[in-house]
Design a binder for this molecule. Sequence first.
Ligand code: AR6
Length: 521
Amino acid sequence: TQAERGASSSCPLDNLKHLPPGGNKRGHLSFTKTHTVLVDASVFNAGAGLVPQRGKDVWQSTVVKMPCSPSSVMEVKSAVMKLPTPTRRWDVISKQLSALAKKKTASASDVEDAIFKYNPKYKGQWSFEALHSFVKDFPIAGNYFPKLFPKMAALALSLPEHVQKAIPLLKSGHSASITLSQVQISCLLANAFFCTFPHRNATGPNAEYHGVPSINFTKLLETWSQRKKEKLRAVLHYFNVVTGDDTKPKGLVTFERRCLTDMPNWRSCNETMSKLHVTSRGTIETEGTGLLQVDFACSMIGGGVLGSGLVQEEILFLMNPELIVSRLFTEKLADNECLIVTGSQQFSRYSGFGDSFEWAGPHEDHLHRDEWARLKRRILAIDAVHFKHSRDQYNMIAVTRDLNKAFCGFKGRDHNEPDIATGKWGCGAFNGDPQLKAVIQLMAAARARRGLAFFTFKDEELELGLERTHHLLVTQRTTVGKLYGLLEDYCAVQQGSGRTHVDLFQFIGHNVGPSRSPHKL
Ligand code: AR6
């Protein structure tokens, strides 16, 4: 009860500002120099549906090199001369995918054989063990995969019709966005599944795309594990829906890279705390619907979604697989950058986390769409600092970096932007201190003048502590600048305290308020 919990300034979730309800009314879609639209905006604006924007192929380092580009070439031994001759790679891909698409059912070996035909270099290196085991071990009832692979091949094959305009890379240091249709995304992802993207397989510091996440699904299809099984269930369910006759998604999705150039001078910020709803129940993606939902990201967007990672970001990407396409064009996020995705659809439900994660079945997404036919879901990817040693986080360089990172994502464009749903950002795989990260996010939200819904993910102690701390900061009208100064003191105390951990909430409790004397150790 409230009495047991003590004083609280936590507000009900409904009091936070959500994306405006209703809608489905179309507005004017337009492209600019920094906003690439891959569908024809005039056709969209005339209410005549989603058709690809025409354009010509570009083969440059500033855009995504496409599998169907005439410039993508490979050597193939000709039947007559037996000599390697340069051949358009898309000819080889099309031949393989057409053959697959014509089949009623295709096996994992059919898929593997096709992939090696246009990636011959990797024969003997890549294994498709996960794909084989998945299809083989799946109970016969519900094993729709052999019928699905031909449909996916047909979808991948339709790339030249669906995506005609060059897709720019969202480069580091530049704010820019890309809007594309959900069908275009499905077609790009089908190509990723069949590993058709050129120049995207090499790894290492000298690889052409070393600053961009991987996109071909090689890793997902290789080594078998229980995790891979559940991941493949989610991913293949997505492909089953998007290749269904009546279930093709019908909207647009925008991917926006934001780059913050003017950092706040944190010491002199005089904003006081924003509204806070804190709870140990629920999740960012469900209860946070309609808010700006934080993805606890990796600087390489999507993290280990195509590998073995399976924490918050990877799960989010598996439930909303359209997010995976961000890996195709989003360069590694720098310290002052974030990615905001508007309109992605949720296709699946899950239970568990990490090793206990399970695909729990289909999800029907009933969200309304905005004026650009985007589902009213907005996801903010921000990557916290990854601390190898927990003690490394108690220094103001790291604190300021995370303040700027959170602020970059939280800062709204205008007054219509929704409040934020977040939680223990950076406190799992990245080893952060939940109290410190919570205070950092409170400060960034206060500076951005946006409310926060904080989901502690069953952590009742943090729920209580945060509620009390927020209440104290609100009643004492503590400013962001004052808190910044307190964090400086706290880091100094923490560093000087050897192995004993100083609790941040207690430290704030001792040091905030008129009657308190400064904390001394
Ligand atoms: N809603 C609210 N809280 C959650 C949810 C959820 N759906 N899921 C988890 N939590 P973590 P990080 C809580 O480890 O430390 C990925 O590989 C839960 O208490 O995912 O920022 C990325 O790609 C969990 O322990 O985030 C990055 O590489 C805590 O949030 C890396 O992990 C932190 O979740 C980021 O790691």
